[in-house]
Every structure is written in C-alpha cells, then in structure tokens.
Design a protein. Structure first.
Length: 431
C-alpha cells in the first residue's frame, strides 16, 4: 500500500479545464456559456513522468490488477455479516474487527454505504486481497489481507479543477440561476463575495458575470465548489471585479486597486450615545414589568439626535406601529438587515425603496411607541435571525496592506487575462 500511496501523491496535479455551460431555454430566459480553457498551463510534478503508464482507482489501487466486486451494506448488517460472504475463517474476521477498532469502530458501519472486494487477477492463489469500506465521499478503510491483516484509514485524493462560467441575465431573478445550470454552491460563493457591491434583490436584465473558480473532485466526480478565484460582475451599469488573495493572515476578495470588497457597519446608529439596554434573551421589560427577550440594543440620546444608517442599503419600511413607534428598516444585502425604532420623525425622503449610504441620516431620536425615554432601539438581522450585533465578529474590511500589493497585482493581472479571455454568450467570437 505504501508504494501505491506515494505514487498517488506524485500524480497530484492541477488541471485547468473549462466548465462549458450552455443553457438555451427560452422558458428560463437565461443564457449561460463557458469558454474552453484547454491549452492553459497544466501543472504536473516531475515525478509523475517516471511512472506515466500507471493509473489508479479512487482508492489508490492500480487499475487492471484486480477483479473488483462492489457491495452495499444492507440494513442491520454488521462487519462480520459482510465479511462472512468472503470465505474468511472466523478467526480472521475477529482479527479484522480488532484491527479495525484502532482506526474506525466497526459499529459505525452504515447501511447504504459501499464496500469493495479486490481479488487478485493473475494469481495462482486467487483470493481476497483487499476489502475496502467507504466511510463517506472522502474517507475509506482498507483491509489488507495480502499478508498479515492490516487495517488502515485513508482520505481520497481530492483534486481541484479550475473552471470558468459566464452568464448574461435575461430575467430579473438571481435565484433563477440557482434553479438552473450554475452549481448552487457557486451561487452561494458569489453571493457572499459580492454581497456588499451587488444587490442581488435588484439583479436586472442585462446584468452579466464571468467567474474563475475551483471545483473539488474525487476521480471524475465533483464533490463541490472549493472557492472563487476571480469574478467580474456587471450590475446596473456598474462593473465590479473581485480577486481572491491569500497570504499570511490575510484572506479576502479585493477590487483591482486592493480595496476590500467587504464593508463594515458603523458600530452604532448614533455618533454620541449611551447604551441603556443590551440585547438579551430575558430582560425585565421597563413598561410591561415582566421578563421577555429584548432582541435589540437601546442607544439613549437627546430627543432630535440624528440617527444614521449603519451601512449602505435600501429602506424597506418607514412606518408606525404602537410598539415600535416610527421605525425604519433597511436591507443591506442578502444577509444583513437593520431596524431603528421609536424615532420622533423620519428624515426627508426616507420611504420604502429609498437607497441610503452608510452614515446617511434616516431619522431623529424620539420616544414614539413603547418607550420610557428618548432612545433608538437598534435591531440587527443576520440571515433572517435577530442577533446581538455587538457580539458579531465581522471579517476585516480593511484594504490590502501595502506590503502585499506587488504580489496582489501580479495575481490580479494573471486572473484578469483569463477573465478577459472569456466571452459572454451571444457575443461575437474574437477574430
Ligand atoms: Zn430596545
């Protein structure tokens, strides 16, 4: 086994290929396509050239050497049930179970999982050489029966393929992409990278994107998107570019000038304030007199103090209820929303649909609704849940430090050439 594993490692390679995604369905009104990137650099470690003829299966065994039988663990089947079909002596089955316990509890064998029996093909003494149990998509056990019994646990070789995708949006719904051809994980990656610069609720006809990304494979089976390397997004007449950069403690997406694509919120919706009540799952209510959750932070300030939007966004509510008083709710992106309660009045022009920038005045401190004194009850939603924003750890929104700029620019230029080489579906091919 050790020889096989060594060769497996040496074959590790990164292959640049393309994801040619072509969807031409009028029903979905979306057109996507990809560009072939064959001919891009193929990085193979030199050692691989010394053993070019050997190909391995996903468990690291040389192909063609064995006769393989696949089985599926049946309901309530135990290790000894499974092994009993292979002409093994009870003493051998016991030995396997004991050896296995060091790396994996035989009781954790699950029905529905695969196992494989490897028989020697050109052997004067035919018999079971290896037994493989697949723990998951990525983990497996090898029982080596070729000499003394040895059980070992392994991870499958995961290779990354660099892929590309481009798309022009012919409907207004980003979610339509999710429903169609683009890998949902890629949509998730793009949404979080671009959350601060692209309003995914306001995707419109003609918005378009190009993306370079890495997908993980075991053999030729995809096990998910690893990460996005670079993205170009044309959104509502504006171009956004993002490049992944990783060095030392830095990992983020930066625009071509090294500005972080992520922005941070203001720590509070007021410039000067005193926190009069914190977020709590059980607070003694100042008016009702009983204990109930307080899912916001109260900032006390004099009547009429300007209230600021903590981040860029769109006003979704500017209305009155008997509890909230005058309140404003802002959607910042597909992840975050904020709400500001008990205002004396709204700032001019603040109504549903108004776009606001970080620091814009949206209203003034008051005590409308259920309030004992002038304050802002500030509420913060993350993925639809009210959370304590003072306890949230926001990743850095800092620009790239100067000392990394040369490395970044080199990487950015390399990625940009690749992005520029991609064409949107429907565009004429370059001459
Ligand atoms: Zn409050």
């Amino acid at each position: 086994m050790s020889v096989v594993i060594t060769m497996k490692r040496s074959l590790r390679s990164i292959i640049y290929i393309s994801a040619a995604i072509i969807v031409l369905t009028a029903a979905t009104a979306i057109l996507l396509s990809g560009r072939d990137m064959r001919g891009e650099p193929v990085a193979v470690k030199p050692v691989a050239r010394e053993i070019p003829e050997i190909t391995l299966d996903e468990f690291g065994f040389q192909k063609g050497l064995y006769h393989i039988e696949r089985g599926i663990v049946a309901a309530r089947q135990t290790l000894s049930h499974i092994l009993s079909r292979f002409d093994l002596r009870p003493v051998e089955i016991d030995r396997i179970a004991r050896e296995m316990t060091d790396v994996f509890s035989p009781r954790r064998i699950r029905s529905g999982n695969n196992y494989y029996a490897y028989y020697g093909r050109n052997d004067s003494l035919p018999g079971l050489k290896y037994f493989v149990y697949e723990i998951s998509d990525l983990d497996y056990l090898v029982v080596d029966l070729s000499d003394s019994i040895v059980v070992s646990r392994h991870e499958k070789e995961v290779t990354q393929q660099m892929k590309t995708a481009t798309g022009v949006i012919y409907s207004s719904l980003w979610n339509t992409l999710v429903d169609n051809e683009i890998h949902p994980q890629l949509v998730f990656h793009l949404s979080s990278i671009l959350a601060w610069t692209v309003d995914f609720y306001r995707i419109e006809k003609g918005d378009r994107f190009k993306v370079l990304f890495a997908e993980n494979y075991v053999g030729d089976r995809s096990v998910g998107v690893s990460h996005v390397d670079a993205v170009y997004f044309y959104h509502r007449g504006r171009e956004v570019e993002g490049y992944r950069f990783e060095a030392d403690t830095i990992l983020g997406y930066f625009d071509p000038e090294g500005n972080n694509l992520r922005k941070v919120f203001l720590r509070a919706p007021l410039e000067f304030f005193r926190i009069s009540s914190r977020y709590s799952q059980s607070r003694l209510h100042p008016i009702h007199g009983d204990r109930r959750p307080h899912l916001g932070t109260d900032y006390a300030a004099p009547h009429g103090t300007p209230i600021l939007a903590v981040g860029d966004g769109v006003v979704t509510r500017a209305s009155y209820t008997s509890g909230n008083g005058n309140y404003v709710r802002i959607r910042h992106n597909s992840v975050y929303e904020t709400q500001y309660l008990h205002m004396s009045r709204f700032a001019t022009g603040i109504r549903p649909g108004t776009r606001v920038s970080q620091g814009d005045v949206i209203g003034y401190v008051g005590s409308t609704g259920l309030a004992t004194g002038p304050h802002v009850c500030f509420r913060f939603w993350k993925n639809g849940q009210q959370v304590d924003h003072l306890r949230l750890e926001f990743p850095s929104g800092d620009p790239l430090p100067e000392e990394y700029m040369n490395d970044f620019i080199r990487l950015r230029n390399e990625m940009k050439v690749k992005l520029d080489g991609l064409h949107f579906p429907g565009d004429p091919m370059p001459v």
